[in-house]
Design a protein around this ligand. Structure first.
Ligand code: FAD
Length: 481
């Protein structure tokens, strides 16, 4: 058996950041990284935009890069099969036994599939599944995307040359990240990049309210159908621009009731012709949509399976490993970070967990620091990055910054919203509670993120300034200087 002072499982952003933190803090300690994937994910071009906002690219790299940079790191490419937390040992799928003093589980999460073992349902999670998606998209005429989070948003916007029916369970698109107002602001972007439909082909005309009118059997007039998974895959440019893009039809407030194929003996009756498409989706709004395949983007399930048997991990409601404010699980000497864990400490009033790169990096880094502090028997406080939720991203080509309780999460009726919107340019929303700013959504080049971040952090009473706060003629930065 090979023994290490520190072992980290998972070569995603959380695991790699944790390994880097440990390897540089303890150059003389042996650090083992066990990861199922052939490549690791690394943070590149890191930029601290403001006190809490950070931006970086995610790059896939061969594991040797890590070993070259840190000679005390050993990477094993194999999946962990089992863990004996009481004995501090792990077994890998390729038959290895590994011992540890401190372990950090960073095994991420997998897409929550609508249904298992249905070849027409695809989850998108990594380079391999994106490639599979690309392959199937190249001959697809229509796909159904189910889900309303970041992946669905990105996917619907980026798919080219294929009709998309987008089923969302909420009243507005992008509910995970913003509100109906921001969604309304963004909707025209779904149309703007698309050529007029008549110019594309003689096909169905869709509205967001109605079903298809007229013929819907046409495919794109030649050309590839393309998709890029956004910044996630900056190392693997996959978009081929300039191809035709067909319409997106949004089906609001509905979920998938059932999925069936034309040959399915249990398919609902009577419906006209079930032969035209390989698979059909019956939605809870009563509509049935035929398509080439279905993309399931309805959230993720933490990858905990390999670690649970024989151990006493406390799990959160979402299936994640519960961690305290030292990223420690309920098992001794076992920490967890990133998508696999659920933050179960009493959070700051302005922070919430969301399974995003930024939090994977912050948690991996903080877990590494906590493991180090534990070894050195030093105290450590919860880091400042968990004080205020802050995320910067791009949706539909707009810069999007979300801060704090951006959707008035958990505030009930005890809040007030201020909104400023300039069509095609910017959307600004501020959430106030008791006159203090507790959240914001900034879409477009608003240049307000630092000022608003400060106003949220210092909890200044804004009651006297409320009317001027979003006045476009006032330089708000100067105002609060
Ligand atoms: P992961 O990156 O999932 O890494 C987990 C690692 O654990 C992998 O290397 C895996 O091989 C390994 N592993 C799993 N099980 C085992 C095992 N039993 N033994 C050994 N190794 C194991 N977030 C954003 O902020 N912005 C975005 O634009 C964005 N886009 C996304 C697009 C897609 C398609 C998806 C699926 C997610 C996206 N996310 C985005 C979310 C983001 O990718 C995750 O929050 C983040 O990658 C989580 O990092 P992690 O290190 O916890 O897990």
């Amino acid at each position: 058996m090979q023994r290490f002072q520190f072992v980290v499982v998972g070569g995603g952003i959380a695991g790699v950041t944790c390994v880097e933190q440990l390897a540089s803090d303890f150059p003389s300690a042996e650090v083992g990284l066990i990861t199922a994937a052939s490549h690791i994910k690394a943070v590149a071009n890191f930029k601290q935009v403001s006190q809490t906002l950070e931006e970086f690219d995610v790059e896939e790299r061969p594991p040797s890069v890590l070993q070259e940079k840190y000679p005390n790191v050993t990477v094993f490419q194999s999946a962990v099969r089992s863990l004996q937390a009481d004995q501090h040992t792990l077994q890998t799928e390729d038959g290895r036994s590994v011992g540890y003093e401190k372990l950090c589980i960073c095994s991420g999460a997998r897409p929550k599939l609508l249904t298992q073992d249905q070849p027409y349902v695809l989850g998108v999670r990594d380079t391999d599944s994106v490639q599979e998606f690309q392959k199937r998209l190249s001959s697809a005429k229509r796909i159904v995307v189910v889900g309303n989070g970041g992946i669905a948003l990105e996917l619907v916007f980026e798919v080219r040359g294929c009709e998309v029916v987008w089923a969302v369970k909420d009243k507005a698109i992008g509910n995970t990240f913003f509100d109906a107002g921001a969604a309304q602001f963004l909707i025209p972007s779904l149309e703007a990049q698309r050529p007029p439909r008549d110019a594309v082909c003689k096909r169905a005309r869709y509205t967001t309210e109605q079903g298809p009118e007229g013929n819907s059997d046409g495919g794109p007039e030649g050309g590839l159908h393309t998709f890029t998974a956004g910044p996630y895959h900056t190392g693997h440019p996959t978009t081929l621009r300039g191809h035709l893009q067909l319409g997106v039809r949004v089906e609001y407030e509905c979920e998938v009731q059932e999925i069936f194929t034309p040959s399915d003996p249990l398919r609902p009756q009577p419906e006209a012709d079930y032969g035209a498409w390989p698979v059909y989706v019956r939605l809870t709004n009563g509509r049935t949509v035929g398509c080439d395949f279905i993309v399931s983007a309805t959230g993720v399930v933490p990858n905990t399976d390999a670690f649970l048997q024989g151990n006493n991990f406390s799990l959160a409601e979402d299936g994640g490993l519960r961690v305290d404010d030292h990223m420690m699980t309920s098992e001794r000497d076992v920490y967890a970070a990133g998508d696999v864990c659920s933050a179960c400490w009493e959070p700051s009033a302005l922070w919430q967990q969301m399974r995003l790169w930024t939090q994977a990096r912050q948690m991996g880094w903080f877990a590494g620091r906590c493991m180090a502090a534990d070894v050195l028997t030093q105290p450590i406080e919860l880091d400042f990055c968990f004080e205020l939720f802050a995320h910067i991203t791009k949706f539909f080509n707009y810069k999007v910054v979300i801060l704090g309780k951006f959707n008035a999460q958990g505030l009930g009726a005890d809040h007030e919203l201020l909104v400023r919107c300039t069509k095609g340019q910017e959307y600004v929303k501020v959430v106030l509670r008791g006159g203090k700013m507790v959240g914001a959504v900034l879409v477009g080049e608003t240049d307000l993120e630092e000022t608003f971040e400060n106003l949220i952090l210092n909890q200044m009473d804004l009651t006297p300034y409320k009317d001027e706060l979003l006045n476009p003629n006032i330089d708000i930065e100067d105002y609060f200087d």
